[in-house]
Write a protein that binds this ligand. Structure first.
Ligand SMILES: CC(C)(COP(=O)(O)OP(=O)(O)OC[C@H]1O[C@@H](n2cnc3c(N)ncnc32)[C@H](O)[C@@H]1OP(=O)(O)O)[C@@H](O)C(=O)NCCC(=O)NCCS
Length: 148
């Protein structure tokens, strides 16, 4: 049977938010021998948390949109579960998030892309701005996309 997926917003401090944190920890932190500082998470109360789920409600990917101005959101913590990478799931979630941000009135998305993820964002029409810099000990570049 073919898989079906759905995307939706995740409320802060819910079981889904815990599930998202587990995916983020597994995909983004553990490979770098890092873990989350509870203060980082407390700082996310004003961010928009989004997830992509299988039809049985298993979460397979997540990301965050942090408002930085009335026009701009920063896309952060984009993570797709290992078993689901390379299958178009990241593209579905990012595209959904762009629509979500546009409906809230934002006109631009910014992000800090790991070097390994640049081809993914380029395929979604994000553009590199500026030079390579280090974040969590690995090379990143700033990428942006206008939503209008
Ligand atoms: C990066 C990540 C979010 C991409 O999600 P994904 O579901 O694996 O990617 P998709 O299958 O949706 O790929 C979408 C497009 O990007 C391209 N792409 C994705 N990763 C790529 C890579 N490493 N190199 C080249 N192209 C890539 C795909 O070929 C596809 O192109 P197409 O639409 O022309 O077919 C996911 O692999 C992931 O969570 N990686 C580990 C964590 C990470 O690096 N997060 C980003 C931090 S900035």
């Amino acid at each position: 049977m073919e898989n079906t997926f759905f995307c939706c917003q995740i409320d802060f401090a819910t079981p889904e938010a815990d599930q998202a944190l587990m995916i983020r920890n597994e995909i983004l932190r553990k490979p770098l021998q890092l873990s989350f500082d509870p203060e980082d998470i407390e700082d996310e109360w004003d961010s928009i948390h989004l997830g992509i789920f299988l039809s049985d409600h298993t979460m397979i990917g997540t990301l965050i949109l942090k408002p930085v101005s009335p026009e701009i959101v920063k896309m952060r913590q984009v993570a797709i579960s290992n078993d689901w990478q390379g299958k178009g799931i990241g593209k579905l979630l990012v595209t959904y998030s762009e629509d979500f941000a546009a409906k809230l009135g934002y006109s631009r998305i910014e992000l800090h892309a790991r070097s390994t993820a640049i081809p993914f964002y380029t395929s979604l029409q994000y553009e590199i701005i500026g030079d390579v810099f280090l974040e969590v000990g690995i090379e990143h570049v700033k990428m942006v996309k206008n939503l209008t």
